[in-house]
Design a protein around this ligand. Structure first.
Ligand code: PEP
Ligand code: MN
Length: 348
């Protein structure tokens, strides 16, 4: 990783770096942070001669060769000062991000989504979630409908809030980006789909778009989780949010094994913000608030919650796990109080 002396390099300087690393079989990938751009050396960067030549250049501050499988996501990476923004919220800067909305948008009843969008905004949400295309275990269950993309964007227009939706393939990715979706969600089933991760990384490079990357549903390890984010970030856009959402096998009575306790472990290893999804973790509306508050106590930077004005009229997971905007409003008040209390506990 090449750290320049200035915020970013000129085209001529990048060309000079590229010429040097190419001799050693590597290439340069600029990673555009909000404060500065750093230049990742993609390939085997452990050539002493190459590093010496790069460090000899007058505009290079230093060359870091972090021996980590996720050198961009690593807490020691120069990206550690990068802050991901969703709408008006800068994650990790003292504000708790609340994303809320339908599991699945019902294309036949758009008014339900608009009502939920307005109600969660009034409850204090900063961003809307709404599933357009759905990964369903049952092939006969409603799989989503591309028409819902217009409904999602209309919800954004009406409320002025940014929107999040899951994409599962390149076509959905293109449609979502063309429509102006602000946060692309990669679901738990695709959390280790490396070709999708690469496609998303390449598609968002240079765009003001963030990715909400769910944790793999089958006990995705810390390394797998952070490495999946590395796949995206190494294409140049560092706006990745890690989203624990419970793992399988589930805790008897819950949909999944709640995993909000992974938050401090992620934070020890990576600078990336953590936004916990309590809804898929516990899978029942009644248990969502406790899980959400636990996540905030563990240091989460935000919550992504399924909410619906009338859960029983919802699709997908909404009848079981969506909370109402009224419950959401109470939860947000409590979550903010826990967030304000939160200080890392000194252990020595
Ligand atoms: C969802 O967010 O509705 C969803 C399907 O999530 P997950 O990928 O975590 O199951
Ligand atoms: Mn869902």
């Amino acid at each position: 990783m090449i750290l320049p002396k200035n915020h970013r390099l000129t085209d001529a300087q990048v060309a000079e770096l590229t010429a040097i690393v190419t001799e050693f079989g590597c290439r340069i990938q600029p990673i555009v942070g909000d404060v500065r751009t750093i230049y990742a050396i993609v390939g085997d960067e452990r050539h002493e001669l190459m590093i010496n030549r790069l460090e000899g250049l007058p505009y290079v501050d230093r060359v870091d060769t972090i021996q980590s499988p996720h050198k961009l996501m690593d807490i020691k990476s120069d990206l550690a000062s990068h802050r991901v923004k969703v709408g008006g919220v800068t994650l990790g800067n003292g504000q708790l991000l609340i994303m809320a909305g339908h599991c699945t948008i019902d294309p036949k009843n758009p008014h339900l989504f608009y009502e939920t969008a307005q109600a969660v905004k009034e409850a204090g949400a900063h961003a809307l979630r709404g599933g357009v295309w759905k990964p369903r275990t049952n092939p006969y269950a409603f799989q989503g409908d591309h028409k819902s993309l217009d409904i999602l964007m209309e919800g954004a227009r009406r409320t002025g809030l940014p929107v999040d939706t899951e994409v599962m393939d390149e076509e959905q990715l293109k449609l979502a980006l063309a429509a102006g979706v602000h946060v692309l969600q990669i679901g738990a089933r695709n959390a280790l789909n490396y070709s999708l991760l690469r496609q998303v990384g390449a598609a968002i490079a240079g765009k003001p778009v963030a990715v909400l990357l769910k944790r793999g549903m089958h006990t995705g390890t810390l390394n797998e989780f952070i490495s999946a984010a590395e796949y995206i970030v190494n294409f140049g856009n560092p706006n990745v949010i890690l989203c624990p959402r419970g793992t399988q096998p589930g805790l008897d009575g819950y949909r999944n094994q709640p995993d909000e306790a992974i938050t401090p472990l992620l934070k020890e290893r990576t600078w990336a913000p953590v936004v916990v999804d309590p809804s898929h973790s516990v899978g029942k509306a009644a248990y969502v608030p406790a899980c959400a508050l636990a996540a905030v106590a563990y240091g989460a930077d935000g919550l992504c919650i399924e909410a619906h004005v009338s859960p029983s009229h919802g699709l997908g997971d909404d009848p079981k796990q969506a909370i109402t905007p009224t419950v959401l409003a109470g939860l947000i008040t409590q979550a903010k109080a826990v967030h304000a209390l939160h200080r890392p506990v000194a252990v020595s």
